[in-house]
Design a protein around this ligand. Structure first.
Ligand code: ZN
Ligand code: ZN
Length: 276
């Protein structure tokens, strides 16, 4: 039995040539789920040796564009690469069904072209969407998954996912400031994945729109405090705002080390962390 986190994309909405959008893979020896599907997700999956037809489910933390912008690519490739009709399960917060309906409307011409062209393709993509509330618990293969409410207001509702099997526990927080749901999510987790922003850098940038992001994301300091308060083993950081550039690891690590003395991983795209 095993449990591995692959951080597929570590970017934010601000384009970066080296960082794809938010997307993470959680895999055991028998089961594979994708958590979020941001910019470039299918390319990063391919680099990790995983293709969309291999997914058992897609989980969405919230419906911000940087977490869902390439979900359509996952759906299309899952559909056309399977020899037989196969349902793709999608879990997310309330609002996911409306978003998926709109995405399928966007894909309608492509679906028509492919059905008309391929005699052996007989059904359109089949999606099974489940909208979750905080506290909902479900299984995908050998993974026991609990959704917890997070705080990314004014974006509501938002969820984090706690994924457990016999090998360990991974908490995927998504975008959130510290809150009770986040504490439950990562309590004693082997791996706590948190999207982080550098408030010290952002405060120096004279852009009102950038300042707005500070009030609904965890800073590096807050991520480390959450990790320490909940006795997590390893803190993994992603979704850097501003983008982390080479040579500045200390700028990210120093404020975190002041609060958390466990291992801290500054993930780049395709970083793999094994639980426990
Ligand atoms: Zn967000
Ligand atoms: Zn985001």
């Amino acid at each position: 039995m095993s449990l591995t986190l692959t951080v597929l994309g570590t970017g934010s909405p601000i384009p970066s040539p080296d960082r794809a959008g938010s997307a993470n893979l959680v895999k055991s020896s028998t089961t594979m789920v994708l958590v979020d599907a941001g910019r470039g997700v299918v390319m990063r999956m391919a680099a990790a040796g995983v293709l969309p037809p291999m997914l058992d489910a897609v989980l969405l933390t919230h419906l911000h564009s940087d977490h869902i912008s390439d979900l359509n690519d996952v759906v299309t490739t899952h559909w056309v690469m399977r020899p037989e009709p196969t349902t793709l399960r999608v879990f997310g917060p309330v609002g996911t069904a409306e978003m998926v309906d709109g995405m399928m409307a966007m894909l309608a011409p492509d679906v028509r072209y492919r059905l008309a062209h391929h005699d052996d393709l007989t059904t359109p993509p089949v999606l099974e969407v489940t909208e979750l509330a905080g506290g909902d618990r479900f299984a995908v293969g050998d993974l026991d998954i609990t959704a917890e409410p997070t705080d990314h207001r004014p974006v509501e509702p938002t969820l984090g996912y706690r994924v457990t099997n016999g090998a360990g526990t991974i908490a995927l927080a998504g975008d959130s400031i510290p809150c009770d749901g986040l504490d439950r999510l990562c309590a004693s987790a082997d791996i706590y994945l948190q999207t982080v922003v550098r408030d010290d850098l952002i405060r120096t940038i004279p852009s009102a729109r950038l300042q707005d992001i500070l009030d609904y994301h965890s800073s590096t300091t807050q991520a480390a405090q959450t990790a320490a308060r909940n006795s997590v083993k390893t803190l993994v950081c992603t979704h850097y705002v501003p983008a982390r550039f080479p040579g500045d690891d200390e700028g990210w690590l120093a404020p975190m080390r002041a609060h958390f003395d466990g291992p801290i991983v500054l993930a780049d795209d395709l970083t793999e962390v094994v639980a426990p």
